[in-house]
Design a binder for this molecule. Structure first.
Ligand SMILES: C[C@@H](C(=O)O)C(=O)SCCNC(=O)CCNC(=O)[C@H](O)C(C)(C)COP(=O)(O)OP(=O)(O)OC[C@H]1O[C@@H](n2cnc3c(N)ncnc32)[C@H](O)[C@@H]1OP(=O)(O)O
Length: 173
């Protein structure tokens, strides 16, 4: 019997009958006791962005092969990208393609010729407070001021070298 089969008396049954243990475990797993109190906090995962060399082929892949809902391409000249959003229910994918000579994703696509995961975007409840605290903590913010992002809300990007190798976008919820 599988460990996930309740009739087997396996893992699921044990989890269901031992809630106090779960709470203890999850507290220690997520180090919630050590999160400092802050004036701002993270919210939902808004999207995961994927840089692609061929936007139409990528759109067709998500729409026709994986069967998801895919938006039209939108040009965002102030960000140097075209974007397409793929609806997933609990979050979105953002397909990115370079726009203009100085696109910030051009060198990424040169290094990753078939495309690749470019950034994650997490919502925050107070982007100004986030900027202030992250600057104090010496996390590099990649613009002087928040810019208006793909959803018409202020966004900032944090340097991937200060975020364990991942480019992180924060969006005002
Ligand atoms: C519409 C909006 C929205 O969603 O609301 C958007 O998506 S706009 C999406 C596009 N906009 C942005 O990405 C804005 C923020 N991005 C930037 O400012 C830039 O792309 C940087 C992240 C600073 C990278 O700049 P650039 O490509 O000129 O530098 P570079 O190629 O020399 O890279 C410096 C180092 O960072 C690494 N690196 C570069 N891009 C990376 C990425 N996306 N994820 C993880 N690491 C990355 C490189 O491999 C390199 O490491 P090594 O030295 O070890 O080789």
């Amino acid at each position: 019997a599988s460990a996930f089969d309740p009739s087997s008396g396996g893992l699921l049954t044990r989890l269901q009958t031992s809630a106090p243990t779960i709470r203890t475990l999850s507290t220690s797993n997520y180090h919630s006791h050590s999160i400092p109190s802050s004036l701002w906090k993270l919210g939902r995962l808004n999207h995961i962005a994927i840089a692609v060399p061929d936007l139409e082929k990528a759109q067709a892949f998500y729409k026709d092969v994986l069967g998801t809902r895919v938006s039209e391409a939108v040009a965002l000249p102030e960000h140097g990208v075209y974007t397409v959003f793929v609806e997933l229910g609990n979050t979105k994918l953002e397909l990115l393609h370079p726009l203009g000579e100085k696109s910030p994703i051009a060198s990424f696509l040169q290094k990753n010729k078939t495309g690749g995961m470019h950034h994650i975007c997490i919502e925050v409840d107070d982007i100004k407070a986030a900027v202030t605290e992250l600057k104090e903590r010496k996390i590099r913010i990649l613009s002087e001021e928040p810019k208006i992002g793909a959803h018409g809300k202020p966004v900032i990007f944090l340097h991937p070298k200060d975020c364990h190798g991942v480019l992180v976008e924060l969006e005002q919820a």
